[in-house]
Write a protein that binds this ligand. Structure first.
Ligand code: NDP
Length: 246
């Protein structure tokens, strides 16, 4: 296999399914050796890893410092380097504002924001040691427009955007940090969203008049992770069919 990521190693959080799985497959198809990670769906993660050539498949709970540290160490032990971190793992529960419990708030913030922090920090130790590396965070249009059905999720994703810009400065000049902000993308998460509304209502707000596919997001992530984006850092790339235009 040849491609833009030949010789590089990528760790993709939450890559057992959905957007993360597609990112892992796409990076591998372009030559990267990837680490596919799962929180509980080991079978699905193993199936993804089998499609990714020389890949590692590891359990990784992004909310747990020890788990993150161990995964990063195992990737380095196996592949002797780490070039790309994709902070993709996410958690969304749509619920009325007055029903949000402390537990639901904490799980959402811990997965989406603290997880991004923990993985970025542990990967950054390797990147700074190597003298190069790059991070792509998967945020959300919800963090830009303030999704009405998940204030905790929207807050966490807005914070990921600020964290992206901050770490782009902190880790410069050798480490680039960027984000993609997907709109509606057809995954398990989307199926849950659409079950509480209608696809027609969703499509009415998307100028491109379709729901996104995981490949739409993966292509944007690969661009940001590639050398083609070597002068791009602290940027947010919207992949939303025009639902929100910055
Ligand atoms: P899915 O719900 O389909 O998959 C979520 C992934 O995250 C799974 O691999 C899951 O692992 C993993 N995960 C959940 N919690 C943890 C945790 N604590 N530690 C490690 N991994 C965890 O999500 P999508 O593929 O739809 O979304 C991927 C990213 O894109 C998320 O950050 C999401 O917020 C964002 N996004 C998605 C949109 C959409 O419409 N789909 C829109 C905008 C943003 P496991 O399978 O083991 O449970």
């Amino acid at each position: 296999m040849t491609g833009r990521f030949e010789g590089q190693v990528a760790l993709i959080t939450g890559s057992s399914r959905g957007i993360g799985a597609e990112i892992a497959r796409s990076l591998a198809a372009e030559g990267a050796r990837v680490c596919v990670t799962f929180r509980e769906n080991e079978e699905r993660a193993l199936a993804v890893a089998r499609e990714c050539g020389e890949a590692l498949c590891l359990p990784l709970d992004v909310t747990d410092r020890a788990s993150v540290r161990e995964a990063v160490a195992l990737v380095r032990e196996r592949f002797e380097r780490l070039d790309i971190l994709v902070n993709n793992a996410g958690w969304l529960v749509q619920e009325p504002f007055l029903d949000i419990t402390d537990e639901s708030w904490d799980r959402t913030i811990d997965t989406n924001l603290k997880g991004t922090f923990l993985c970025s920090q542990e990967a950054a130790r390797v990147f700074l040691d190597q003298g190069e590396g790059c991070i792509v965070n998967v945020a959300s249009v919800g963090g830009q427009i303030g999704g009405p059905k998940a204030p905790h999720y929207s807050a966490s994703k807005a914070a990921v955007l600020a964290f992206t810009k901050s770490t782009a400065r902190v880790l410069a000049p050798h480490v680039r940090v960027n984000a993609v902000a997907p709109g509606f993308i057809r995954t398990d998460m989307y199926e849950d969203i659409v079950s509480r509304t209608s696809e027609a209502a969703i499509l009415a707000g998307i100028p491109r008049a379709r729901v996104g596919e995981t490949a739409d997001v993966a292509r944007a992530v690969l661009y940001l992770a590639s050398d083609e984006a070597s002068f791009v850092t602290g940027e947010v790339l919207n992949v939303n069919g025009g639902q929100y235009m910055a």
